[in-house]
Ligand binder design. Structure first.
Ligand code: PGA
Length: 257
């Protein structure tokens, strides 16, 4: 575990209708307290408001995030939602470049970079997700892919803005599959990501950036992953849909080094 404050995000993806989302937020509000760990949940777009309302009413230390953003402030962009609209709904944190946006929806690095820059400009905290596919890993290209996505994604970000950026390393083959990177493999990838940030910015900034691990993190493997020196939290999909499991991961992150 590092000295950086761990950050645990719950990416609910396209799951949970309104009542289930509100019930999960209520259950989490009862289980999550203190500020040892930064916590955010990312509900589906239509339920940002009710989830934010419940968490606010309960005074829960849980931020509400959006799973995706659009770059433009307003206008003829059918189907999109602006950053200020998200802020109106209580959103303070956004996910950009999740592997499902990259590989299922087809977003490429230049758009991801625009989204990062627009979100930071709007004052949001940003989680930039990166990670290699299985064939890239097998070809020995893990670091090449990660540092490439990092370089594209963070192009034009200022030193000051980097204080609001978190990186999520999510090997694509581990997302939703039950397969997890070994703690050693994950640590190695995280270390290279941090070195690349030092190269792009400087060592102080690299030392301060949180790098979350994502990909089938669950209560049974969280402690071992989170004990690695360059793993500063997690981005959790499946296990974030159950209050007990998500709370157990947050508890594992709260254990001091
Ligand atoms: P998973 O998803 O925990 O279900 O593997 C992680 C993610 O996509 O952020």
């Amino acid at each position: 575990m590092s000295t950086r404050r761990p950050f645990i995000g719950g990416n609910w993806k396209m799951n949970l209708h309104q009542q289930d989302a509100v019930d999960l937020a209520l259950a989490l509000a009862d289980k999550v307290s203190g500020d040892a760990v930064q916590v955010a949940v990312f509900p589906a777009l239509p339920y940002l408001l009710p989830v934010a309302a419940v968490l606010h009413e309960k005074g829960a230390p849980i931020a509400v995030g959006a799973q995706d953003v659009y770059t433009q402030p307003n206008g003829a962009y059918t189907g999109e939602v602006s950053l200020s609209m998200l802020q109106d709904c209580g959103v303070t944190c956004v996910l950009v470049g999740h592997s499902e946006r990259r590989h299922v929806i087809g977003e490429a690095d230049p758009l991801i970079n625009e989204k990062v820059l627009a979100s930071l400009e709007a004052g949001m905290d940003v989680i930039l997700a990166i990670g290699e596919k299985i064939e890239q890993r097998e070809a020995g290209k893990t670091d090449y892919i990660n540092t490439g996505q990092l370089g594209y994604g963070l192009a034009g970000v200022t030193d000051e803005q980097m204080k609001r950026v978190t990186i999520a390393y999510e090997p694509v083959w581990a997302i939703g599959t039950g397969k997890t990177a070994t703690p050693g493999d994950a640590q190695r990838a995280h270390m290279v990501i941090r070195q690349a940030i030092a190269f792009m910015f400087d060592q102080d900034i690299a030392d301060g950036v949180r790098v979350q691990y994502g990909g089938s993190m669950k209560p049974g493997n969280a402690a071992e992953l989170l004990a690695q020196p360059d793993i500063d939290g997690g981005l959790i999909g499946g296990a974030s849909l159950k209050a007990d499991d998500f709370a157990a991961i947050i508890d594992a992150a709260a254990v001091p080094a």
